[in-house]
Design a binder for this molecule. Structure first.
Ligand code: NAP
Length: 264
């Protein structure tokens, strides 16, 4: 199987690496194109079997899946220039560009299209990647999920819910980092060195995430398990509520919604 990745930036590079480390496609089947040579050289060094080129056309020709990982404002000109053929599936990474907008740049309206939303944890192969599909067969959906599972986890979702889910898991990375920064800052005041504090918080987040993976996981029960009546944790939890922590998080997620979905 040949797979093309157009654009070797943060997302394109992470996808290329994730695909190469997964089992769904051989490194020799991956073609990555990018205008500047440096990023291609770096990828080639990381995964020697992979093909790199400065020609988008060379990468896309004959590819069953064509990932488009350029900035949103370059989607229209780059997609038009690719002249994809029937049978090829487009996989757009561009935030906010709708299926309607993408199909306007394709030679056939009924071509298989995917919109995917990875997050920056793709770099560590721990992305939560959202996938929406249009005109794709079950087989094409399964193959795509198989490829993207190499860089973390995937979830199929309706296009209508992409904006909301993006707020949770793509913008969500930044909100979690904000919480980490605040914890480290508190740790410094309490006498913990920043580097140590960061390690402590990182492992605590991993531990909390693992608890959420258990069957019947429920954050409320996990909070209850730590809060002894009359103890210290409940004091902190109540303080978070008094200071509006849940409401600040809800407002932050809702505030990230408007940037999405452009019909060009
Ligand atoms: N970063 C995120 O967290 C994130 C999350 C979800 C979705 N996305 C989406 O992912 C897409 C890519 O974002 P990014 O963060 O990876 O951006 P990026 O790091 O700037 O990567 C974009 C790449 O596209 C290349 N490029 C420019 N013109 C091109 C052309 N004509 N043909 C082929 N490649 C070209 C650039 O190459 P040069 O640098 O050599 O010019 C660059 O390597 C965006 O549409 C964004 O909305 C990003």
């Amino acid at each position: 199987m040949k797979v093309a990745i157009i654009g070797a930036g943060h997302m394109g590079g992470a996808i290329a690496k994730g695909l190469a480390l997964g089992k769904a496609v051989a490194p020799e089947g991956i073609w990555v194109s990018n205008p500047s040579q440096g990023k291609l050289d770096w990828l080639k060094e990381e995964i020697p079997g992979m093909n790199v080129t400065s020609s988008n056309q060379e990468a896309a020709t004959g590819a069953e899946y064509v990932y488009l990982a350029v900035k949103p404002w370059l989607v229209v000109p780059v997609l038009r220039s690719l002249k994809l053929k029937k049978g090829q599936a487009l996989v757009s990474v561009a935030a906010g560009i709708t299926f309607e907008a993408l199909s306007g740049c394709l030679p056939h309206k009924d071509m298989a299209m995917f919109r995917i939303v990875p997050n920056t944890a793709a770099r560590a192969l721990q992305s939560m990647t959202l996938i929406a599909s249009r005109n794709a067969t079950d087989g094409q959906c399964a193959v795509l999920a198989g490829m993207l599972d190499g860089m973390g986890r995937t979830m199929f979702i309706d296009e209508a819910h992409i904006a909301a889910a993006t707020a949770l898991c793509s913008c969500g990375i930044a909100y979690v980092m904000k919480y980490v920064q605040a914890c480290v800052q508190a740790g410094i005041e309490l006498g913990i060195r920043p580097a140590d504090g960061q390690k402590l918080v990182a492992q605590t987040l991993k531990g909390a995430a693992s608890l959420l993976e258990e069957p019947d996981a429920d954050p409320a029960k996990e909070i209850e398990a730590v809060c002894t009546p009359g103890g210290y944790t409940i004091r902190g939890i109540n303080q978070l509520d008094h200071d509006g922590f849940p409401s600040a998080v809800i407002r932050a997620l809702k505030a990230s919604m408007p940037f999405t979905d452009i019909n060009m």
